[in-house]
Design a protein around this ligand. Sequence first.
Ligand SMILES: NC(=O)c1ccc[n+]([C@@H]2O[C@H](COP(=O)([O-])OP(=O)(O)OC[C@H]3O[C@@H](n4cnc5c(N)ncnc54)[C@H](OP(=O)(O)O)[C@@H]3O)[C@@H](O)[C@H]2O)c1
Length: 249
Amino acid sequence: MVSKEPLVVGKIKTLIFGAEGMLGTELCSVFPDAIKLKRNDGDISDRDKVIEIIKQNGPCVVINAAAYTAVDDCEDHQELAYEINGRAPGYIAEGCACVGAIFVHYSTDYIFDGREKTDNYRIIRTSWLYGVHGKNFVDTMLRLSGKMEKVKVVNDQFGKPTYAVDLARKTAEWIEYTPGIYHITNEGVCSWFEFASEIINNVIPCTSEEFPRKAKRPKYSVLVNTKTPPMRHWTDALTEYLHIRKTML
Ligand SMILES: NC(=O)c1ccc[n+]([C@@H]2O[C@H](COP(=O)([O-])OP(=O)(O)OC[C@H]3O[C@@H](n4cnc5c(N)ncnc54)[C@H](OP(=O)(O)O)[C@@H]3O)[C@@H](O)[C@H]2O)c1
């Protein structure tokens, strides 16, 4: 699967959109020399600006970590969600095509669409992301655990938790691979309840019907990775994250 002429990742000019998000911040550590664009510097829903930025900077790789990720809010703001998550990656792909850059984009286990306006794309589908730089399930569990006697968590939706640090590191390795769609997550499958049980002690299982949400979640969104070497098990990554989090208090 590796392309004929491997890239030397540390030396290639890289541009990151969404540099302030949970994954974006980790990517900035992995690509310290990258051009790092926060939302104010590069709103991905502004087509002309996005293309202009890419043309002006002439990167070899453009990584899009920007997205509207609050899936329940997206239900209330569907046009905005479609603009940021649907059309905007197309604007970046257009810009990449102008300068011949590799386009790296993150998709999810909730949305399956690999069509882009460039052939030189790498789409990473990932799931259940957590890390120190953004709102996430692990932190929510820790917060609720201190406030509630018992925390109810659904036990009938299954997926693969993924540590943002592991995904950012893997992105750097994986840019060398041929264009296409890749599933990159930590190894292992669990339900949200099983995930929560590794974080806190006072958790009890419930069904999705007992815990209705605006955005419908898939019952089984396990991404099977067949193309890249597996990452560590999610419990090992979580142990590291919980340790790091403790040292930050
Ligand atoms: N989180 C997950 O569980 C999960 C699961 C699967 C896949 N993913 C994918 O992984 C990628 C990174 O997710 P994440 O969890 O790191 O998200 P995040 O923490 O919410 O970060 C997204 C960043 O994008 C910025 N942004 C939003 N709209 C923008 C716009 N129009 N122009 C420029 N920047 C904009 C946000 O800025 P503001 O804070 O100002 O809005 C935020 O800094 C996304 O593609 C996401 O779909 C995430």
